[in-house]
Design a protein around this ligand. Sequence first.
Ligand code: AHR
Length: 670
Amino acid sequence: MPLSARSAFRRRSSLAFGLLTLAAAASVSAFADPVTLHIDASAPGKAISPDLMGIFFEDLSYAADGGLYAELIQNRSFEYSIVERTEWNNLTAWQTLPRGGRGSVGIDHAFPLHANNPHYAVIEVREAGALAFANEGFGGIAVRSGSRYELSFFARRLYTGGRWDGQKSAAPLPLLARLETKDGTVLAESAFDISEPAWVRLSATLTASADADDARLVLVARDRGGFALDEVSLFPEKTFRDRKNGLRADLAQTIADLKPRFMRFPGGCLVHGNGIPNFYRWKDTIGPIEQRRQQPNLWGYHQTVGLGYFEYFQFCEDIGAQPLPVIPAAVSCQNSGHTGGTGQQCLPLADMPAYIQDVFDLIEWANGPVTSTWGAKRAAAGHPEPFGLRYLGVGNEDHITPGFEERFTMIYEAVRARHPEITVIGTVGPSPDGEDFEKGWKLADKLRVPMVDEHYYKSPQWFWDNLARYDTYDREKSAVYLGEYAAHDERRRSTLRSALAEAAYLTSLERNADVVRFASYAPLLAKRGHTHWSPDLIYFTNTAVYPTINYEVQRLFGVHSGDHHLPIATDSAPERFAASALRDSATGTVTLKIVNGAATARPLRLRLAGAAALAPVAELTVLAGADENAAREDGQPDPVSLTTRPLPVADTFDYEAPAFSLTVIRLARP
Ligand code: AHR
């Protein structure tokens, strides 16, 4: 298995590592035929991207609404529609509960809250007695005893002119908002009066009196009369970093623990969408949530875009990740209209100036001063400081057609001319090779695009077989962002085998992180019971988070990063073996990563030039499992162990990499 410049380094190392300490040599006898791993921690090393490890977020498998976005009400603004899913309508997730009164619930659009939010519910109580209107959340609302939940909704009084009996009533209409269990036990309650004929936002904090995983929000009207209702929202008070309109704290923290250096968002295929009208338009996703323009996404979900550009940028800032938004290259997904590959629609050229202006506006919104038109909107949303946007993805896995090339070139040249500080990232199709890959690279070469986005989902063996892929990439050409990758094992499970193949590949990316600047596993999130793409990095339910073994690999590489790659080589070519050595120049810490994908333990003799400048005891972290076919199963014993312990080191020391393992040895400066 070739490591970087192995033979050249081996020539140097035979001299440099000639002296073994007796103590280290004595311990060697414990192992039979160790492979020697030479690491030169005294070398300056090769400067690499310190930002290699990042994340890619796409609203797939309920990643956003019902997932990371902490909103607990499903279909909060009555905009679900049959266009999105045949079984959906404006009242999906809502239910009318007979509680003694008689009346009806309907949908109207005559006097909407906002043109972007056209539908609302109309609730009429015709005969006095309770009429309840309940929302089930995303498969139940999980509440915890003593926790506080922020309820808000827009309402307006209807029929004050007396629609049924001519009797005008100006009396306020009382409404009770409750959290209830399925059997009707009240967990929290707040009372409102609906009196205004115009839309008014009402709010209250509900404190749950008991735990429940499948509570619902129940709105109870008793008096005769009617009211309109829209944008019914319920958030846990505790969100990630206590942000309003924020993110689920446990999921967001699990993502933050990856220590991602960047976040690509909001997709994927959903960015270029199902035809031109379904482009993800960033301007539709900012401002008050009730004024955002919701839309289906091509994966079959409803996007409230409550998790919109402001929230994405804020999350990036909260977790220390560079924002990397992706915009459509003014062409739609080639699979638009379920065509399976020929449905790419190109924005009319007459619309391109306005489209490019939207791109400029995005850059101004992210980076402009508060005195600028779009910077002022960012400030009004609560972020006067610029977000510091540096990267912009244009296009996603697009079919490289003449229409694409023309539009990509227009956007790219315009951004380059007006905003040379922004690095545009182009796209080279959905595969590691093939027609779109070749054409995409040809275009990038022609335009001298600074970076291109490669994607591939391949077998674990493919990753092992391609560890040298980037060793020969031309460093004078575009840099690479490996924007989507995952090892797809049999039945697309998140097995230890797939995780170790990814770990091995990551060592090769680290070695080549002078040309591969960013890399992100895909997809990031998937909700149990709503998983429409496998495998994913993190699974979750309404109450639990289930990181995969592959997640642990990503986390270990994210936590143990560096900005210089050090010479590392073996004196033989062991099967299923990969390693890398990084230095973090800010701290001087050296990190070794060793992947043993074999079924037997691998005895190693490490020859560490420069050991004297490092602490004599390192931190050893090992991820290992007995069965490479194993995957984590919810609620079952973990098939892998993840342990950390001290490891004495010297200029030569022995270490046995367990079967099916990833080892991280962190050598700090004393
Ligand atoms: O990651 C899932 C999907 O895979 C992305 O949306 C798309 O870019 C790729 O085909």
